[in-house]
Design a protein. Structure first.
Lengths: 223, 777
C-alpha cells in the first residue's frame, strides 16, 4: 500500500504525515507539487503547513499546483484523499470539498489538544472509528474557521457530510462546530485538526489520530 | 540618518551628489563625513582613516559603522567575554565561540548546535516584526552551521503587566514569535515570560534555536579557494533595516528622538522556510565551501566576515545584487538588513548545480563576486571601485574598549535592605492568601495565553514542552536519542548580586534540564544589560560574566556561544542586569523522560535538597511587598551537580513519576503547578516553619513523586542529597498542614485568569457570521 504525501513550498507537517502513514503500516511516498507524477500511489495526504506562506488566501496557490490537477482527476475517480489543516484549505480551494476556512474568530493562532466527535465512521479515512466516538488530537491554526453559505450548511448536514465536529469548546469559531467534512462519495476528507500529531504516546496527547491512517488501508483494499 | 549617505551617492553634479569612489576619496581628503550620525566616535573615524591611509568612501564608512557598532563588534564586552573562551572545552564541544553558533557532540554521531540571541530594541519599536525577525535571525545562524533547525524557544520580558505600553508590545511580540516560528515549521518548546517595571520601554525578546546534524556536516563561515564564486541567495535586498545594528541595538532610546520604525526589518517566514530546505539540499550535495547568513549589518557583515575568516581576498560586484528597490544607493545596499538572505562560497564547477537547487525551491540566487588572491575586500558599483579595505579590519579588528567599571553606588543599601524585616503571614489564612497571590501573579500565572499561539507539535518529535521545566526533543526515532533545553534568567537575583545571580540562573537552567532526566552538556547565554558607557552597568556585566564562567568551570560545562545586548535603558535608567542562560542536555533515551505534573493519586511527594530561609529577590517579596533587597539565595554548585545526578538516576531507573524544579515562588509555585497540570491534589505536611518551606527560593531543590519512596531515598542519600517526605498525592485539593486546604478549582481559576484578564480572552464566537463575509464557493 503506497500513500503519497505532497510537499508544497511551505508544507510543514509532511514529515509528520509520512510518519503516521508508516506507523499505520503503509509505505509513505514523497510527492512534489511541481510534478505531474503520482508515482502509483493508492491514496494521497495533503499535509499541514503554510503553503506559499498563506499568501493570497490559505491554500489558494497550492490548489493550482501542477500535481493538484492529477489529484483532482484521480479523486473524482475515487482515490482517497485526506487534507489536514492547510491540506483541507487546499481541498476547499481546489473545489474537492465545499466551504472555506477563514481567520479564527478570535484572530489568534491557537494550538491546543482538542476533543472531537467522529460523525461519520464510513468514509475512506474514518472507518476504524465508530460513529459518535470522541477522540483527542491537537488543533493548531490561525485560519481554521469553517464557513459556508446557510443553504450549503443545510445541505451538508442533510447529506451527513460533516465528518468530524469539535466538542468541549470550539477553538476557532467554525460554523456548527464543523472540524472536517467529506465528499459525497466519502473518499475525500478534509479536517483542520491534526490526527498525524496523535500517533505516538511519546509525542502526542493520545494515539487517537492513527485511525485516519489505518482506515484508508481498508478503503483501498476494498475498492 | 541615511540622508547623509543618499546625498552623496545620487547621480552626477557637484561633489555632494557624485558617486563616492575610492579615487574620489583619495583626491578629496577633506570632505566632511557624517560618521557621528552613523554612530561612530571621532577616534573610531580617525582609526578608519588611519587603516585606509585616506578618508573612507561613503560605502566604506557605512560598512565600518555597522561592523564597528556595539552589536556587531562586541567592543565593550569583548575583554570580558574572553573568559568563556578560557574554559576547558570538555569532551563534547565540537565548535566553540566565534562561529555563528557552537556545536556539541550528543552521541551516536549526532551534533547539536544551539544559541540564544536578542532582538530587544526592534521589538520595542515594532513588536510583531521585531520579534518575528528575531526568530528568523537565530534560525539562520543555526542553519548556517549545517544543521536542520528542530525547535525554538523564547525568553520574554516586559514592563509591568498592567502598564498600557505592555498591552501594546506583548501581544505583538507573542504573535510575531508565533507567526514566524509556526510558519517555519519549528516547534516552540518553552521559554520564559516575566514582567518588571524596569523593562518598560526596554522589553527583552530573546530567541533560541537548536539544530541537529551529523558530525561530518558541520559548516563554517569562511571564504577560501581563489576563483570560488560568492553567491547571494534568498530574498531581494530592500531598504528595510538599514542601520538596524548601529541605530537600534547600539544606542539608548531617547524619548525625544525621531521614530525609528524604518530601521526595523520586515520578515517573510515563507521565504525563510524555502531557504532552509534549499540550504539543507545544498549541504547534502556538498555544494558549498563556506556559508554565512545575512543578519545585522547585512552584506557588509557577510562579505567581510567570510573574507576575513578565509584567505582574505574577495571581490563583489554590487550591481549584481537583486534589489526590491532600485533607488537604493550602494551604501544602503551594503547596510540593508533585509531578512531571509544567505551568502555562500561555491566552487565554479558546482555553481550550476547550486543554482538548480535554488530554482527547485523558488529561491533567487545570484553570483555577486568571487574569492580573490590577496587580502583586500573590493566592491564595485557601475564599474567604479567604491570599497577597497582589508576585511579583517572591518570584521574582526574593530575597536575594543576597556570601559570604566564601578560597583553601583546603591548596591550596599540594596543588599542591606534585608527581606527578613518584611511582615510575614501570621495565620493559615494569610499563608494561603500569599500563596494564591504568588501563583496568580503575572510571573507565576499560567502561560497558556502565550503558548497556545505557538505550534508545539510540528515535526512530531516534541516529547516535552512548556509548561514542563525543559523542552525535550527526540532527534532519532530508532534509537530514541534526544535533547533537553531550558532558558532561565532571574534578573532580581542579578540586580542584588550579578555574580551570584548569573550563577543562580545557570544553576536553574541546569536543574530544569536535569529534572527531565537529561545530562547537561553545554551552555549558551544572552546577556541583556544597560548602557556600557555607565560604569555601574559595566561592573554588573563584568561580574555576571565572571560568575557565569566560574560556575561553568565548576560544573564542567563549556559556553558554546551567545549574544550580548547592551544599551537596554531609557534615559539613565538601565534594566536590571538580565543574563539569560540556556543549558543543553542529552537524553540517551527520551522514553525515560520525567514530566512535571502529578498524574495519579496515592504517590509519595518528596522534596529533594535543603531549604534555608532565603527571601532576597524572591517572588514572595516582590509580589506581596513590592520589595527587592537583600542577598540572593546562596549558590551551591556542588549541591546542584549532586541533585542533577540523582534526578538523572531516578529518571533512568524509572523511580519517579514526576519531577519539578524549585525556583521563582519556591515550593509554593512548584506544588501548585504540579497539582494543576493534571488536576491531582495532595495532602502534605511541611517540614518546619511553613512560610519558609513555601516561599524560600533556596537553589538545588526539586520536588518528585514516586510509588517507591524507599528507592528514591536510597538513591538520593547515596549521593548526599537530603530527602524530606511531604505527603501523598490524591484528591482535588492541595491540603497543607498549618495552611489549610486550597481547592484546585479555585487555584486553577486564579492561576489561569491572570493573563487573559490582562491581554484579552480570545474565546471563539460560535454561530452567526457578519453579513457579506460568507464565501460563495
Amino acid at each position: 500500500m503506497r500513500i503519497g504525501v505532497i510537499t508544497f513550498p511551505g508544507s510543514l507537517d509532511d514529515v509528520d504525515a509520512a510518519r503516521a502513514v508508516r506507523l499505520a503500516g503503509a509505505e509513505p511516498v514523497v510527492l512534489w507539487h511541481a510534478d505531474h507524477d503520482l508515482r502509483g500511489v493508492d491514496a494521497v495526504v495533503l499535509p499541514g503547513g503554510f503553503s506559499y506562506g498563506d499568501y493570497l488566501r490559505a491554500g489558494a496557490i497550492a490548489a493550482r499546483a501542477p500535481m493538484m490537477a492529477d489529484v483532482v482527476d484521480r479523486a473524482r475517480q475515487g482515490m482517497p484523499v485526506l487534507g489536514i489543516c492547510n491540506g483541507f484549505q487546499v481541498l476547499c480551494e481546489a473545489g474537492l470539498l465545499p466551504g472555506a476556512l477563514t481567520r479564527n474568530s478570535h484572530l489568534h493562532f491557537r494550538n491546543r489538544d482538542q476533543r472531537l466527535r467522529i460523525e461519520r465512521a464510513d468514509t475512506a479515512w474514518t472507518s476504524d472509528y465508530v460513529e459518535g466516538q470522541e477522540i483527542v488530537v491537537p488543533v493548531k491554526n490561525g485560519e481554521g474557521r469553517y464557513v459556508a453559505a446557510p443553504t450549503e450548511l443545510e445541505r451538508l448536514e442533510g447529506e451527513g457530510r460533516v465528518a468530524v465536529r469539535y466538542v468541549g469548546g470550539n477553538p476557532n469559531g467554525s460554523l456548527r462546530d464543523i472540524a472536517g467534512v467529506t465528499s459525497e462519495d466519502g473518499r475525500v476528507v478534509g479536517l483542520m485538526p491534526h490526527p498525524e500529531h496523535a500517533v505516538e504516546d511519546l509525542t502526542g496527547p493520545s494515539t487517537d489520530g492513527l485511525g485516519f491512517f489505518t482506515s484508508v488501508l481498508k478503503a483501498v483494499v476494498g475498492a | 540618518m541615511t540622508q547623509g549617505l543618499s546625498d552623496l551617492d545620487t547621480g552626477p553634479g557637484p561633489l555632494s551628489h557624485r558617486l563616492d569612489t575610492v579615487a574620489l576619496a583619495e583626491s578629496t581628503p577633506d570632505v566632511e563625513q557624517p560618521y557621528a550620525d552613523l554612530g561612530l566616535k571621532s577616534d573610531e573615524y580617525a582609526r578608519i582613516r588611519d587603516i585606509l591611509g585616506r578618508r573612507p568612501t561613503t560605502a566604506e564608512l557605512a560598512m565600518y559603522s555597522v561592523m564597528w557598532s556595539e552589536h556587531c563588534s562586541y567592543k565593550s564586552s569583548k575583554v570580558h567575554l574572553r573568559c568563556f573562551g578560557d574554559l576547558p572545552r570538555g569532551e563534547h564541544l565540537l565548535v566553540g565561540i566565534g562561529e555563528n553558533a557552537g556545536v556539541v557532540d550528543v552521541g551516536d554521531g549526532y551534533a547539536v548546535t544551539f544559541k540564544v540571541e536578542s532582538h530587544n530594541h526592534p521589538s520595542y519599536v515594532e513588536p510583531y516584526q521585531g520579534a518575528a525577525t528575531g526568530v528568523g535571525g537565530i534560525v539562520r545562524d543555526i542553519l548556517t552551521m549545517g544543521a536542520r533547525p528542530v525547535a525554538v524557544m523564547d525568553s520574554l520580558r516586559f514592563g509591568r503587566a498592567d502598564a498600557p505600553d505592555t498591552a501594546r508590545v506583548l501581544p505583538g511580540v507573542v504573535a510575531g514569535v508565533g507567526g514566524y516560528g509556526n510558519c517555519l515549521g519549528l516547534p516552540n518548546i518553552g521559554g520564559e515570560l516575566l514582567f518588571d517595571e524596569c523593562y518598560a520601554g526596554n522589553p527583552l525578546v530573546n530567541a533560541l534555536c537548536v539544530g541537529v546534524m551529523r558530525h561530518e556536516d558541520v559548516r563554517l563561515a569562511k571564504a577560501e579557494g581563489v576563483g570560488n564564486k560568492v553567491v547571494l541567495f534568498g530574498a531581494r535586498t530592500g531598504g528595510d533595516g538599514i542601520g538596524g545594528v548601529s541605530v537600534l541595538a547600539s544606542e539608548t532610546f531617547d524619548a525625544e528622538g525621531p521614530a525609528k520604525r524604518p530601521s526595523v526589518q520586515v520578515g517573510d517566514p515563507f521565504t525563510e522556510k524555502l531557504l532552509i530546505e534549499a540550504c539543507l539540499e545544498i549541504f547534502a550535495a556538498d555544494l558549498v565551501t563556506g556559508i554565512q547568513d545575512l543578519g545585522g549589518a547585512g552584506l557588509s557583515c557577510a562579505t567581510s566576515e567570510l573574507a576575513s575568516a578565509g584567505t582574505g581576498g574577495m571581490h563583489v560586484d554590487l550591481d549584481a545584487v537583486p534589489l526590491r528597490d532600485s533607488t537604493l544607493t550602494p551604501a544602503e545596499i551594503l547596510m540593508s538588513e533585509s531578512q531571509e538572505r544567505m551568502c555562500a562560497i561555491v566552487e565554479p564547477g558546482k555553481v550550476e548545480e547550486f543554482l538548480a537547487v535554488c530554482r527547485r525551491w523558488d529561491v533567487l540566487a545570484t553570483v555577486i563576486g568571487e574569492v580573490t588572491d590577496g587580502d583586500r575586500l573590493t566592491v564595485d558599483w557601475h564599474g567604479e571601485r567604491i570599497v577597497d579595505v582589508p576585511p579583517r579590519t572591518v570584521a574582526h579588528e574593530g575597536p575594543v574598549y576597556e570601559r570604566p567599571m564601578q560597583r553601583p553606588p546603591d548596591l550596599d543599601d540594596l543588599q542591606a535592605d534585608d527581606p527578613a524585616a518584611l511582615p510575614r503571614p501570621q495565620t493559615p489564612e494569610e499563608l494561603a492568601a500569599h500563596w494564591l497571590a504568588v501563583v496568580a501573579s503575572p510571573d507565576g500565572a499560567d502561560k497558556t495565553w502565550v503558548t497556545e499561539q505557538y505550534d508545539r507539535y510540528v515535526r512530531g518529535n516534541t516529547v516535552l514542552a512548556q509548561p514542563d521545566d525543559a523542552g525535550v526533543v527526540r532527534i532519532d526515532e530508532d534509537s530514541h536519542r534526544g535533547i533537553a533545553l531550558a532558558l532561565d534568567g532571574n534578573a532580581r537575583f542579578a540586580r542584588l548580586d550579578p555574580y551570584a545571580g548569573a550563577q543562580a540562573n545557570l544553576a536553574e537552567a541546569y536543574r530544569n534540564v536535569a529534572v527531565t532526566g537529561a545530562r547537561p552538556l553545554a551552555v549558551t547565554n544572552c546577556l541583556n544589560f544597560g548602557s556600557p558607557e555607565e560604569p555601574a552597568v559595566m561592573w554588573q556585566f563584568a561580574e555576571a560574566v565572571r560568575g557565569l564562567a566560574d560556575a561553568c568551570r565548576d560544573l564542567g560545562l563549556p559556553v558554546t556561544g551567545g549574544n550580548v545586548s547592551l544599551y537596554n535603558q531609557t534615559g539613565d535608567v538601565a534594566i536590571n542586569p538580565t543574563p539569560v542562560i540556556g543549558v543543553l542536555g542529552v537524553h540517551d533515551d527520551v522514553r525515560t523522560r520525567v514530566p512535571t505534573g502529578w498524574r495519579a493519586g496515592g504517590e509519595t511527594v518528596l522534596l529533594l535538597g535543603e531549604t534555608r530561609a532565603e527571601f532576597g529577590g524572591s517572588a514572595w517579596a516582590s509580589v506581596v511587598h513590592g520589595h527587592l533587597g537583600g542577598r540572593p539565595p546562596a549558590v551551591d554548585l556542588e549541591a546542584e551537580r549532586r541533585l542533577g545526578e540523582v534526578l538523572r538516576a531516578l529518571g533512568r531507573e524509572g523511580q519517579v513519576t514526576s519531577a519539578h524544579d524549585l525556583a521563582d515562588g519556591g515550593l509554593a509555585q512548584a506544588l501548585a503547578e504540579s497539582a494543576l497540570r493534571y488536576g491531582t491534589g495532595a495532602r502534605l505536611t511541611l517540614d518546619g516553619d511553613p512560610f519558609t518551606a513555601l516561599f524560600s527560593e533556596s537553589g538545588a531543590r526539586a520536588v518528585v513523586t514516586t510509588s517507591d519512596p524507599e528507592a528514591v531515598r536510597a538513591t538520593a542519600e547515596w549521593a548526599g542529597v537530603a530527602v524530606t517526605e511531604l505527603g501523598t498525592t490524591g484528591g482535588d485539593v492541595l491540603a497543607v498542614e498549618g495552611v489549610g486546604e486550597l481547592p484546585l478549582d479555585g487555584l486553577r481559576a486564579a492561576w489561569t485568569a491572570t493573563l487573559p484578564a490582562l491581554f484579552g480572552t480570545p474565546e471563539a464566537t460560535v454561530g452567526s457570521v457578519p453579513a457579506g463575509t460568507v464565501p460563495t464557493s
